[in-house]
Design a protein around this ligand. Structure first.
Ligand SMILES: [Cu+2]
Length: 144
């Protein structure tokens, strides 16, 4: 989980590249399977934030340069809503957080779809890079 002014990003395991790229991710809403222990590695990209969803327990700070860890296990499917609980700048009030808990099969389908979207985007980028690489002359732009 990455806190940044002014949005929460949730990066799931499953990076296809060593630098972490290719991992499925989501903003604002973290989709999780029910009846499963979810471990969270909480970091910040800029300033201190605090992830707080009252129905799921206490506040967890995202502090630059540190990792904070917690876990949760949700039995009831549904939406759990919260808000950044540490004044982090002008957009703090808009820094909302939601956990969407769904049955495991639904979560697996969602995750597979996210991976598929990333694979499609990577394939499209590869085509675009090849096209750019085939062009001659610096700064030459193909007319669409
Ligand atoms: Cu905040």
């Amino acid at each position: 989980m990455i806190g940044r002014q002014y949005i929460w990003q949730y990066v799931y395991p499953g990076a296809s590249e060593p630098d972490g790229l290719g991992a499925p991710y989501a903003y604002e809403t973290m989709v999780v399977p029910t009846n499963t222990t979810i471990t969270l590695d909480i970091v910040s990209a800029d300033v201190v934030h605090s992830w707080w969803i009252p129905q799921l327990g206490g506040k967890f700070q995202a502090v630059p340069g540190y990792h904070n860890y917690t876990w949760m296990k949700i039995s009831k499917p549904g939406y759990y809503k919260g808000q950044c609980a540490f004044l982090c700048g002008r957009g703090h009030a808009r820094m909302i957080a939601t956990v969407k808990a769904v049955p495991t099969a639904q979560f697996e389908a969602w995750l597979a779809y996210q991976k598929q979207l990333i694979a499609q985007a990577n394939a499209a980028a590869q085509v675009a890079r090849a096209k750019l690489g085939a062009q001659t002359g610096a700064g030459q732009v193909e007319n669409p």
